[in-house]
Design a protein around this ligand. Structure first.
Ligand SMILES: [Zn+2]
Length: 219
């Protein structure tokens, strides 16, 4: 009987692992991230909800992004009259995303991209802890994150993004997450690379599909 349980348990683990692809090389680090998140923020994040992006930065947990240099200055692309700055790879992925959106007659203008710790300090002061991350903790420090204009919880733009953006490596990292300290943000999208975006989609599949259905029904 015990052997049978063991076998069933092993089969279960085997299938669970095959369900969503995992970055095994970062497994140990991901365990540590869970511990840090639990100790510092009292938030328990299941292991499959933590991804690592193409820069090696965590996705899905609160993190001090602003205190590590993930991007070299020569890797940064400045665009739209220097108003915005993104990692070159994120910028290329943004162009691809925008072309696809345009083919469906949808413009995707940006509101914010990169923010320094100093700029985040102002945002935090203005909007408070329910809406903004503390300076140093924002994903906008990463050169991979944008806030899009005119994306709201139930609109066509959010629906289009949910159905398409993952294919271009973008995830709505402040919408689907375990951490509930901040309000959900449908306009906030982070480029994490295709691998991490696939894992993110897989980990949040039920929630994403339910949201897509909900928006479709409301239209
Ligand atoms: Zn944002």
């Amino acid at each position: 009987m015990r052997l049978l349980f063991f076998l069933l348990f092993s089969i279960n683990i085997l299938f669970a692992q095959e369900d969503c692809p995992k970055a095994w090389m970062y497994y140990e680090w991901r365990v540590d991230l869970r511990k840090i998140t639990l100790e510092e923020y009292q938030i328990e994040v299941p292991i499959d909800k933590i991804q690592i992006d193409f820069l090696g930065a965590p996705v899905g947990v609160p993190y001090k992004f602003g205190y590590k240099f993930y991007v070299k200055p020569e890797e940064v692309a400045h665009f739209e009259e220097d108003e915005f700055a993104l990692h070159q790879q994120a910028y290329e992925a943004l162009k691809a995303l925008r072309s696809a959106a345009l083919a469906d007659s949808l413009h995707l203008p940006i509101h914010y991209s990169y923010r320094s710790i100093e700029e985040q300090r102002k945002v935090y002061k203005r909007f408070g802890a329910k809406v903004a991350e503390k300076p140093g903790m924002s994903e906008h420090h990463l050169y991979t994150t944008i806030d899009l204009k005119w994306v709201s919880d139930h609109n066509e733009r959010f629906l289009w993004l949910l159905e398409n953006a993952f294919d271009y490596g973008w995830v709505p990292s402040y919408y689907f997450r375990v951490d509930q300290r901040l309000k959900k943000e449908p306009w906030h999208w982070r480029y994490v690379g295709k691998l991490a975006a696939d894992k993110f989609y897989c980990a949040w599949k039920d929630e994403i599909e339910a949201k897509i259905e909900k928006i479709k029904k409301a239209q």
